[in-house]
Design a protein around this ligand. Structure first.
Ligand SMILES: Nc1ncnc2c1ncn2[C@@H]1O[C@H](COP(=O)(O)OP(=O)(O)O)[C@@H](O)[C@H]1O
Ligand SMILES: [Mg+2]
Length: 265
């Protein structure tokens, strides 16, 4: 007799997270949960609290209210169960690729042949085999972000937090990095929270898209992306894809226009 499958507990549970910076309400009461192995993107106009939210989940910033639990454990600071990839790569210029990628395990006190072979495997996975001895200044922007990604994966995090990791890259490199990221993700199926202000990037990568609104920053709507995987870049030209991008754009268009006008005022 078939045993009914018990619904797996969510990986990340966010309850009523809010954040004030002085008298600025940056984020208002965000509730959400993310499943194990799920790829979730967060989109929204500039200033809607995407980075603040990610930093709270990363434990780099404390919330003014509410709580977040990862695997049932309260998040109250940074930890090795979460890996971060930022927009600006923060590679150390005096360390080569391999030694930059190993910083996480090193800080955690893990220095072993097994860790070394895992890091080498990750560098290969991100397409940097043969570049282990190169220094950051010898690498292109795309390659530096690959090192960043390998570094974040080297601690084998339960949750990967990515804040506009490709926004400093040119359009073509960015597209290549998107499909590479999916290929890498398919291998390990990490749970990912990916912040971007590019809607097509969010749709292409994600299982679900969290649409944020501003003033105050809040989670306005959650969109399911029921597009088949594995995904190729040509998916972006299909009517289903375009329709999803269009739907999300309509949700945030008003806010984006307002934020652009403010920034140029
Ligand atoms: N450390 C800080 N101190 C004061 N205000 C901040 C700080 N960090 C962010 N903010 C403000 O909080 C709001 C949300 O910022 P942020 O999370 O960076 O938005 P996003 O990443 O969506 O562009 C903005 O109004 C921003 O100016
Ligand atoms: Mg930001």
């Amino acid at each position: 007799m078939a045993v009914p499958q018990k619904e797996e507990a969510p990986k990340l549970v966010v309850e009523g997270i809010s954040k004030w910076f002085g008298d600025l309400e940056a984020i208002r009461s965000i509730n959400a949960s993310v499943k194990r192995g799920e790829f979730v993107s967060i989109v929204g106009p500039s200033g809607c609290g995407k980075t603040t939210f990610l930093r709270i989940i990363g434990g780099l910033e404390s919330a003014s209210g509410g709580s977040a639990h990862l695997d049932g454990k309260l998040i109250d600071g940074p930890g090795r169960d979460r890996g971060f990839v930022f927009q600006q790569d923060n590679l150390l210029p005096w360390r080569n690729v391999l030694s930059n990628a190993e910083i996480g395990p090193e800080i955690g006190g893990v220095k072993s042949p097994e860790q070394r072979s895992l890091t080498l495997k990750l560098l290969k996975l991100v397409g940097l085999a043969g570049f282990e001895k190169y220094y950051p200044r010898q690498l292109s922007g795309g390659m530096r972000q690959r090192v960043n990604l390998a570094r974040a994966l080297a601690v084998d995090p339960d949750l990967l937090l990515m804040d506009e990791p490709f926004s400093a890259l040119d359009a073509q490199t960015r597209e290549i990095m998107q499909s590479e990221l999916l290929r890498i993700w398919e291998e390990g199926r990490k749970t990912v929270l990916f912040v971007t202000h590019q809607i097509d990037e969010a749709v292409f990568l994600s299982d679900r898209v969290f649409v944020f609104a501003r003033r105050p920053g809040r989670l306005e709507e959650i969109i399911d992306i029921d597009l088949p995987r594995p995904r190729e870049l040509s998916l972006k030209r299909t009517p289903e894809f375009v329709a999803l991008v269009d739907r999300i754009w309509k949700l945030i268009e008003h806010d984006v226009r307002a934020s652009v006008i403010e920034e140029h005022a």
